[in-house]
Write a protein that binds this ligand. Sequence first.
Ligand SMILES: Cc1ncc(COP(=O)(O)OP(=O)(O)O)c(N)n1
Ligand SMILES: Cc1nc(C(=O)O)sc1CCOP(=O)(O)O
Length: 219
Amino acid sequence: MTTTAIAGVYGITDSTLMPGDALLCKSEAALRAGLRILQYRDKSDDAARRLREAAALHALCRDYGALFVVNDDAALAAKIAAPALHVGREDAPLAELRRHFGGSLCIGVSCYDDLARAERAQAEGADYVAFGAFFPSPSKPDTSRAPLHLLREARRRLQVPVVAIGGIRADNGADLLAAGADALAVISALFGSADVAAAMRRLQALFVLAGGSQTMEES
Ligand SMILES: Cc1ncc(COP(=O)(O)OP(=O)(O)O)c(N)n1
Ligand SMILES: Cc1nc(C(=O)O)sc1CCOP(=O)(O)O
């Protein structure tokens, strides 16, 4: 298991916002500005490109001491020895992943608005759980919504870190932190920006104002 804390800004790539070279350029800009967790999320079935991109981002995250997370694809995570994997209800079950990978892989689990699912995930060895969507998401418009009070209840009942996701921006994230989220997962608010470093600073400021440990770094 990695020692990188699941806290702060959690950036997620999106191939529509980051085609070609933009994937590496925008990811590096975010890492340089202080991003500590980066997820590779790509829904295409171009296996060769996915392998190439994931390996490149993994190396970049290593250079910056950030946690690299593969979304959905356990085989890809194994192939490049990624330190972390994020899975949802369409993906391999957590218990099976734990049997296969043991405790060495950091595994995050999507729990939507379902606290019972999160408690099961915690009991089965999830390293963090994610809830959402808290706001309408431009990146995943059809996703189901989660209420803010779920975070307060999650904070009370769970020991693992809690990640909030879905339509989060610098101007609406503060309430999620006040309700108990440890990390804010974002696609468009970070990688949809023409100035990723400035977007990163705006998001980091939420954690500073909330009294968290995420530091502001020079870009
Ligand atoms: C940190 C984080 N939280 C939630 C998700 C969504 O995962 P999932 O429900 O598996 O949906 P897809 O991302 O696969 O569309 C996530 N990727 N990361
Ligand atoms: C990948 C994903 N999962 C969600 C969930 O609710 O589980 S919302 C979402 C998209 C997040 O992108 P943005 O920050 O642009 O809204």
